[in-house]
Design a protein around this ligand. Structure first.
Ligand code: GLN
Length: 591
């Protein structure tokens, strides 16, 4: 174990909720886990959630989005499964990368310890060393919490799950069954040719789980429809648990309603009953309910074009790649009472296609999300040019900022062929480039976990739209607190660098290798590009974090990913600004 043990002794007070899935994956185990977390937090308990990913990758950073959807980035620079995003969004707080455990991390660490002679000549074996390492990590991540939800990825019956289920059993032995509750999330299909909900796959999942010595305390039944009494009875008899602990979790239109539905089913109370404890405070979901109501019945609406690279698998296209942006738009919309309709536009269809580009004027706003590789890049640049010239609100995120700079360099500064060295290594005008430190990493093929990752401080400039949006929210004050804490942690000072910690410093998350080349900055500024935020590194190099175009209704781009710091009850300022600008455009068009 190489991570910090600082507060480990507290774990003995933690109660654990182990969440495992049966039947199929993709039934919303992560959101269910996050929703239970939200409820327990509302009851006054310090609650965290841990995601176990049984793959051999050390993290999700090197995974292609078609493999695993979006890569979630934590404050401390973890590149993780998107479920951690759900946990943060529902718990409304940041979660460390240590809350993600993969098989790769476990083996990496055990082998490292073996090489260092830490096992004192003993044979290092699957049992007990692998489950022990898992357990240690769970304990570290859950220290100081009243409740830790531990979601085991994949489906019961997968070979890969075995060590994690074994570790759960060991935890139970160590701390007593009274401190562990098992929740099984299953799926009940309704085959269309018989139109009847089937319980058999759930029965099989219960049987598989029991082979590991685990008997579920609660079964969450995901299905298209609510569970009827007949099915509940069948599961009750088969699993030998009382009916009140069989919870119906039918499909619903918005994820954010799930905690409310669980409350209706008294799931939180039932979990506490299993542990023999009482709520610490009366839960108040009023604000959350109002926001959910706004999502379900918005008073106004806007239509946003997300110009991305769509990664098709077979006949299906994966919008999951941009899930955090979609959620950030929903959060902003919910807070403004606006329904956001997001349309996905494959940027390749905009390349050299005037007709398709012109169609962008039917949208109230355009978003250029992050991305890697040259596919569809010219289409995105064409969309940015159109948004700039036609005065359509535009928000550029990470790659979106880099492409906005390229577009500006080409078409305003007349630097024909300006590009990023990611797409054209021999461009005459490398307005976007890797800095020398990154160049070295690339030359040595050190790819995993080496980008600029996690939160970095940025000072926002006075008289900018960006600053006014951050000022309208509570972000600046919140980030001030985080900055103070970071200053106290020596190993994180590089995240602040020499950025002045004045009253306008914000923290946003990053995941990129390329930057605006410092030598072009003056040139861009002289031609009218407004640099509205920068990060000053320890070596005094200024990195561009936010840009704007003045004399445009709304044209903002950031090198960061503000979508990773957006919560339903605390939306990201730039997304709020985007939706407000979309509303204005829509109103103006009507006139
Ligand atoms: N490909 C770009 C880079 O590595 C942008 C990355 C992103 O959008 N997350 O810098």
């Amino acid at each position: 174990m190489i991570i910090c043990f600082e507060n480990r002794r507290h774990y003995l007070n933690t109660k654990y909720i182990i969440v495992a899935g049966g039947v199929i994956s993709g039934v919303g185990k992560g959101v269910a886990t996050a929703s239970i977390g939200k409820i327990l937090k509302e009851y006054g308990f310090r609650t965290t959630a841990i995601k176990i990913d049984p793959y051999i990758n050390v993290d999700a950073g090197t995974l292609r989005p078609t493999e695993h959807g979006e890569v979630w980035v934590t404050d401390d620079g973890g590149e993780i499964d998107q479920d951690l995003g759900n946990y943060e969004r529902f718990l409304g707080e940041t979660i460390s990368k240590i809350n993600n455990i993969t098989t790769g991390q476990i083996y990496n660490s055990v082998i490292k310890q073996e090489r260092e002679g830490k096992f004192l000549g003993k044979t290092v074996q699957f049992i007990p060393h692998i489950p022990n390492e898992i357990l240690e990590r769970i304990k570290v991540a859950s220290s100081n919490y009243d409740f830790a939800l531990v979601e085991i990825g994949g489906t019961i019956g997968d070979y890969e799950n075995i060590p994690f289920l074994f570790a759960a059993k060991s935890l139970e032995r160590q701390i007593g069954k009274e401190n562990v509750v098992y929740i099984l999330i299953t799926y009940l299909p309704i085959p269309s040719h018989i139109n009847e909900m089937k319980t058999k796959p759930t029965q099989q999942a219960i049987k598989s789980l029991s082979e590991h010595g685990i008997f579920p305390d609660i079964i969450l039944c995901r299905a298209k429809e609510p569970l009827d009494d007949v099915r509940k009875k069948k599961i009750e008899v088969y699993a030998n648990i009382q009916r009140e602990f069989i919870i119906s979790a039918p499909d619903i239109p918005t994820l954010y309603k799930i905690p409310l539905n669980f409350e209706k089913e008294k799931l939180g109370k039932k979990i506490l009953k299993k542990f023999g404890i009482k709520k610490r405070k009366k839960a108040c979901f009023k604000h959350w309910e109002e926001l959910v109501e706004n999502i379900e019945h918005p008073r106004k609406s806007v239509k946003v074009a997300m110009v991305g690279k769509y990664l098709d698998i077979g006949d299906y296209s994966l919008h999951d790649v941009y899930i955090s942006i979609k959620e950030a738009l929903i959060h902003a919309g919910a807070n403004l009472g606006v329904g956001v309709e997001t349309e996905w536009i494959n940027s390749k269809t905009l390349e050299k296609n005037e007709h398709n580009i012109n169609k962008l004027s039917s949208y109230d706003g355009i978003i250029i999300p992050g991305g890697f590789g040259e596919t569809g890049i010219e289409g995105k640049i064409a969309a940015i040019k159109f948004a700039r010239e036609q005065r359509i609100p535009l928000l550029g995120l990470c790659l979106g900022l880099q492409l906005a700079v390229i577009e500006f360099a080409r078409n305003v500064c007349s630097l024909a062929g300006a590009n990023s060295t990611e797409f054209n290594a021999s461009t005459r005008y490398p307005v976007i480039d890797v800095l020398p430190t990154q160049k070295k990493l690339l030359e040595n093929e050190q790819i995993g976990g080496t980008m600029r990752l996690g939160v970095y401080a940025a000072l926002l400039k006075e008289n900018s739209l960006t600053l006014s949006l951050y000022k309208k929210s509570e972000r600046i004050d919140k980030d001030k607190e985080s900055l103070k804490e970071m200053l106290g942690r020596k190993n994180e000072r590089y995240r602040i660098g020499r950025t002045p910690i004045g009253k306008n410093t914000v923290l946003e998350r990053h995941r990129h290798r390329y930057e605006v080349s410092p030598e072009f900055v003056h040139f861009l500024e002289d031609s009218g590009l407004k640099i509205t935020g920068f990060h000053k590194r320890l070596d005094d190099i200024n990195l561009i974090e936010f840009i704007e175009i003045e004399d445009h209704p709304f044209f903002i781009a950031t090198q960061s990913h503000p979508e990773f710091k957006s919560f339903l009850e605390d939306p990201a300022p730039l997304f709020l600004g985007t939706i407000e600008a979309c509303l204005k455009r829509k109103k103006k068009k009507k006139r």
